[in-house]
Design a protein around this ligand. Structure first.
Ligand code: ZN
Length: 238
């Protein structure tokens, strides 16, 4: 195991490349379930069109049925009145009943008009529901494909991560355990970036300018120097 800090840091820089990649892939992987949930929610929402079309259709069918029953009741009533009409004794009674029959027949024709209008509405609603059903089938196909794609992506990411973790094992034993554990601690708290080069006299992680003394010490590479602002380990790559 090389002991000079700059030698250690060289190995750590290789490890950081791998860890940075692992971090990025893990983030992508952890986003997949959320993505799938979003696909599910979008698909659920796309069912609303059909639901509302079916509710509308049901409503018109119900109204049509009500009107038809009302018409039937009135027709029976008229039949009954007509049968009684000739049994009546007085002209007065006869005229009254005739008037009632006339009124009832007028109501019937209004009902018949309503029923025709409702039949039209039912047909229109049926066509709308069929169209919604067809569009929903398309949405379902897209939804299933998107879920499949996300699952496939997850599998690929998981296997890439596993391969990188395997690769990482070759570097870890060559780093001082104390340095390694500090590096890994920073890695966790600083979004997968623990070791950064000095760039234009600034920290390559948080981009804060570094004091001359710090720059000097990093350049010497005799001990481990961390950025005072973001706590990442600094190294000299220029
Ligand atoms: Zn920094």
């Amino acid at each position: 195991m090389p002991t000079a800090i700059h030698e250690q840091i060289k190995i750590l820089a290789e490890l950081q490349k791998i860890d940075g990649e692992i971090y990025k892939l893990r983030k992508e992987l952890s986003a997949q379930p959320l993505l799938q949930k979003k696909y599910e929610e979008d698909f659920e929402r796309s069912k609303n069109g059909l639901k509302s079309a079916e509710a509308e259709l049901k409503n018109f069918q119900l109204k049509q049925k009500e009107k038809e029953m009302e018409l039937q009741t009135r027709e029976e009533r008229v039949k009954k009145l007509q049968a009684q009409l000739y049994q009546l004794k007085s002209n007065k009674e006869y005229s009254a009943m005739e008037l009632e029959i006339k009124g009832s027949k007028a109501d019937q024709s209004l009902l018949e008009e309503d029923i025709l209008r409702l039949l039209d509405a039912v047909e229109t609603a049926k066509a709308r529901a069929a169209k919604e059903k067809e569009s929903l089938a398309g949405e379902e196909k897209k939804f299933k494909e998107a879920i499949e794609a996300s699952k496939k992506t997850s599998e690929e990411l998981a296997s890439q991560i596993a391969a990188l973790e395997e690769k990482r094992k070759a570097y870890a034993p060559n780093i001082e355990p104390r340095l390694l554990s500090q590096y890994e601690r920073i890695l966790k708290s600083r979004e997968g970036l623990a070791l950064v080069p000095v760039k234009n006299n600034a920290c390559g992680g948080c981009h804060m300018g570094l004091p001359p003394q710090v720059l000097h010490e990093v350049r010497l590479g005799e001990k481990m120097i961390v950025c005072e602002t973001c706590a990442r380990i600094l190294y000299w790559a220029e």
